[in-house]
Write a protein that binds this ligand. Structure first.
Ligand code: ADP
Length: 477
């Protein structure tokens, strides 16, 4: 049995802004089910919600500050969660990284710097809980200083650093080094320095015993200039200690048979009931309720990464086709504005919901016929897996985890029963539009479409398989 401390800035259902939360909420549960002793450490944000009891655990003094650690658990599991309670940094409205106006917190380096210090105290059991992990598993830049600080400790646990998205690196001005009291051993170009900035992510990339990312394809992509953001050389240098493990999905939450957030549960055997969700979704978005119109869905952060600009270029052409499009998301204000404008111009074809809405996300996955995910890059991506699970055919660009989890529909993949989506290669609106037209042709052949849906629904995206790969990695350290 391994003792593992997960260090993360978000974990579903406590607090979530994206896929990182899904992974850090469900992987620990899957590892616990393989009878490991797992704890999670996470900041106690104002927005953090839990249905479980929260109790005071202990106090710890770091950087001349007294910080409380509270204890709770991931709902419906025995995974213990330690909450780093420092109200001066975390008890504010807004999300973990940005304020209510969407601006990054100006003290993010101090906030997550302190969080990392506390995680190190917990990793070394200097919080006196008689619990010292074998492995400290850090996730994304917010936890990047943990492997760096731990590298200076004697008798330390092994460290794993998982990259969920290389685009976010936690870069701060050089003056931050003094502010964070970074020891000289860490503050140099082969350490935490990156072009005269402090780089949190480098703490993980340079000092962790092993680096993982969330799909095998992305693990290769980040070793190239296009996806490595100047860190490709370092990653290439560490490639012996770098690998990709695809994320699973939490089937307690994302199963069309048991999902309480959809209108009509269904399975591969009762696929004929899926259309009740489509009607509910069309009604919810005030679109004409008609099962014969192919319905496209999209859920996600409205940022360039997700190819929203490609969608915006395609929509004026798409409205000439027999189709409807619903979108749920928030992000770039300019994208939001353009999408709203198109929805106003084509109220019977395009409908937009700006915001974050867990229940609606489930209804879109169940109710749409086709899910759009034309990402420019995608470390793993979860929605394309949820879609397949729900018999909703994804259109994806061939990159990162999308390439690893979707099988393009071709004569040979139809013949060998693996075709489960539509894939295109070039990051341009022409290629996307062609993929959309291909999907509409396949949709118009009901037997073929149903085969694709059944292939998609029978794919195994459970955590079990990935959790076993993580466990094998922990054991190898
Ligand atoms: P990323 O982590 O890059 O945002 P992923 O596809 O890995 O992308 O994960 C996104 C997760 O966040 C999914 O569970 C998705 O359903 C959810 N999500 C994103 N935007 C919204 C939204 N506006 N409302 C509800 N859920 C959302």
């Amino acid at each position: 049995m391994k003792k593992i401390l997960f260090v993360t800035s978000e974990a579903h259902p406590l607090i979530k802004t994206g896929g990182l939360a899904d992974v850090c909420g469900s992987l620990p549960k899957a590892l616990a089910e393989l009878s490991n002793d797992i704890k999670l450490i996470i900041p106690n944000y104002q927005a953090l919600k839990t249905s479980e009891n929260v109790r005071f655990l202990c106090s710890v003094r770091v950087d001349n500050r007294n910080i409380n650690i509270l204890e709770t658990r991931i709902p419906d599991s025995n995974v213990i969660v330690w909450l780093v309670d420092y109200p001066a940094y975390f008890n504010y409205p807004g999300n973990p990284y940005v304020d209510e106006k969407g601006e990054p917190w100006t003290n993010n380096a101090e906030r997550f710097g302190l969080f990392c210090r506390i995680a190190v105290e917990a990793s070394m059991d200097r919080i006196y809980q008689d619990w010292k992990p074998d492995v400290v598993h850090c996730n994304d830049w917010q936890s990047g200083l943990v492997p760096a600080f731990l590298s200076l400790e004697h008798d330390r646990p092994s460290t794993v650093f998982t990259i969920h998205n290389m685009a976010y690196q936690g870069l701060f001005p050089a003056s931050t080094a003094a502010l964070l009291n970074l020891p000289g051993q860490l503050w140099h170009p082969a350490g935490l320095e990156f072009h005269e900035m402090v780089s949190f992510i480098k703490g993980g990339l340079v000092y962790a015993d092993h680096i993982t990312t969330v799909s095998p394809t992305y693990a290769l992509e980040i070793q190239t200039p296009e996806f490595g953001y100047g860190l490709e050389g370092l990653l290439d240098h560490r490639k012996e200690f770098l690998g990709g493990i695809i994320n699973g999905i939490d089937l307690d939450q994302w199963d069309s048979e048991t999902d309480p957030l959809i209108t009509q549960p269904y399975t591969a055997a009762t696929l004929n009931k899926k259309h009740f969700n489509k009607s509910a979704l069309q009604a919810r978005f005030a679109l004409p309720v008609n099962d014969n119109i192919p319905l496209f869905g999209l859920i996600g952060r409205l940022v360039e990464q997700k190819g929203i600009d490609l969608i915006l270029e395609c929509l004026p052409e798409m409205v000439n086709l027999n189709m409807q499009f619903v979108l749920l998301g928030s992000g770039d204000k300019n994208f939001e504005k353009q999408l709203k404008k198109l929805a106003l111009e084509h109220p019977d074809k395009i409908a937009i919901s700006i915001g974050y809405d867990e229940a609606l996300a489930h209804l879109i996955e169940a109710g749409a016929d086709i899910f759009l995910m034309p990402s420019r890059f995608e470390p793993c991506g979860l929605n394309q897996m949820y879609s397949q699970r729900y018999g909703t055919i994804p259109i994806v660009r061939k990159t990162g985890g999308l390439a690893d989890t979707v099988t393009d529909t071709l004569p040979e993949t139809l013949a060998n029963h693996t075709a489960s989506g539509i894939m295109f290669t070039e990051a341009g609106s022409g290629a996307l539009l062609e993929a959309i037209k291909r999907a509409l042709i396949l949709y118009s052949i009901p037997e073929t479409w149903k085969k694709m849906q059944l292939n998609a629904m029978k794919k195994d995206f459970s955590w079990q398989n990935s959790a076993e790969q993580y466990l094998a990695l922990y054991e190898s350290l």
